[in-house]
Design a protein around this ligand. Structure first.
Ligand code: SF4
Length: 422
């Protein structure tokens, strides 16, 4: 897939320090995942090789701003958050864009309030066929070339998963979608894929194991229904539709987990039907993760080798890809997911999102008193650099460093490891 560079991602989403780090890495090739080290006095900040806005997000933002510029006289609507970042969504709302659904999927603007002459933008993670039909009832023709080219911001990597699901469904496989059932992208993938075959959504390894247990005859039909009812397409019959399976995923899931989900189902089908007939029962899809998710996850793993004291991850609380970066970091160090620098309340106090409790919490003594300190800072695919920049500056401030100290550090940027040939 060819990548197009976009020149319309507004400058106010950029950050001067982060841009210097990006410029430093630009000509070094992409193969080395060594983090960049920014040393400011006794503060060492590690920035992963890949972080922040991905191709699909840049494209979606570019299309939203283009729509504002090209159609000042038309009401512009977004089906829901264009990406999972509050700063970007608030910015668009302030520029007059209306959101048809809120982030919980509740309708804010009725069909009757949308006029045929309005612009409606589909977000980067796509939408369901049912919502597209609702738009048609409002007079919005989602099938025109203009709509597809200018208003449908669905990332090509997401539609690639739909295409793969369509092919496999037509070949008679049941599509198991590894994803969060309520996530817009999983809903969209489920909606598009079920047109061509049976589908089932599984969240994680535990759920995949339950499906495997059912395939192996270790789980009753009743228990299967109790656990998965509602997470499958109409007409799905676990007894007949789990004999031929293909796994696709929400593009922002943990790559490693998708492989494990596929492996669990593959092994169950192999045990039941025999290895020699496996190709008929299990389609080898590898994973359908997009390159950006892969790069960001691998670059975050590379951070761990540098053994930072803690990690700060910047992104929306409801951003799936960001939450996986937190999970990777949290394996080895205290890790804090924050939506902006405002959550760095003081050198002692931090407000952050607890992934297990699923709520915002406050923690004390998050930043070690003892210097030197080594901190990993990264951001999810939907986070503008300006937010990560502000986080870095506030941490530097807490450690007693000002703009001049940062400027000295920026002149001495380095790699944590020797650079591989890129
Ligand atoms: S994370 Fe990947 S699939 Fe999602 S918008 Fe970005 S490039 Fe597209």
């Amino acid at each position: 897939m060819a990548f197009k560079q976009f020149d319309r991602v507004p400058n106010h989403y950029a950050g001067a320090v982060i841009q210097r780090i990006k410029d430093f890495r630009q000509d070094m090739g992409k193969r080395s995942l060594a983090p960049t080290v920014l040393t400011v006095g006794e503060l060492e900040v590690l920035v992963p090789r890949h972080f922040g806005f991905c191709f699909g997000v840049e494209r979606a933002i570019h299309m939203a701003f283009s729509a504002l510029e090209r159609h000042p006289e038309r009401q512009i609507n977004l089906l829901s958050e264009i990406i999972h970042n509050p700063l970007v969504n608030d910015d668009l709302e302030q520029r007059g864009i209306r959101f048809i659904h809120d982030s919980d999927g509740q309708r804010r603007i009725e069909e009757s309030e949308i006029r045929a002459e309005d612009v409606v933008l589909i977000p980067a993670f796509g939408t369901t066929l049912e919502i597209e039909q609702s738009l048609q009832r409002s007079g919005i023709d989602t099938t025109t070339q203009e709509f597809r080219e200018h208003f449908d911001t669905t990332c090509p990597f997401v539609s690639k998963v739909w295409d793969r699901g369509e092919e496999l469904g037509q070949e008679g496989y049941t599509i198991v979608i590894h994803g969060k059932f309520r996530h817009e992208e999983t809903q969209a993938t489920h909606s598009h894929t079920k047109e061509h075959g049976k589908t089932l959504v599984v969240l994680d390894r535990d759920e995949a194991q339950q499906v495997a247990d059912f395939i192996a005859g270790k789980m009753s039909l009743e228990d299967f229904h109790e656990h998965f009812s509602g997470k499958w397409s109409e007409g799905f019959d676990p007894e007949t539709d789990l004999q031929r399976v293909a796994v696709v995923n929400q593009t922002t899931m943990l790559a490693e987990e998708t492989k494990q989900v596929a492996r669990i189902l593959r092994d169950a089908l192999s045990s039941r039907f025999g290895e020699s007939d496996l190709a008929h029962h299990f389609a080898d899809t590898n994973d359908t993760l997009c390159y950006a998710t892969n790069w960001n996850q691998n670059a975050t793993k590379a951070l761990l080798d540098a053994e930072p004291d803690l990690a700060v991850i910047v992104g929306g609380y409801n951003s799936s890809n960001t939450s996986h970066l937190v999970e990777i970091c949290a394996q080895v160090m205290p890790s804090f997911l924050i939506s902006s620098a405002d959550e760095l309340l003081s050198r002692e106090r931090i407000r952050h999102f607890d992934l297990h409790k699923k709520e915002s919490v406050e923690s004390q003594n998050w930043l070690p008193e003892q210097m030197p300190v080594r901190i990993a800072i990264t951001s999810g695919a939907s986070c503008p650099d300006v937010l990560m920049n502000a986080v870095f500056e506030r941490i530097a401030d807490f450690c007693g460093y000002d703009a001049q100290d940062i400027a000295v550090g920026l002149d001495r940027l380095a790699l944590h490891e020797p650079l591989a040939v890129g």
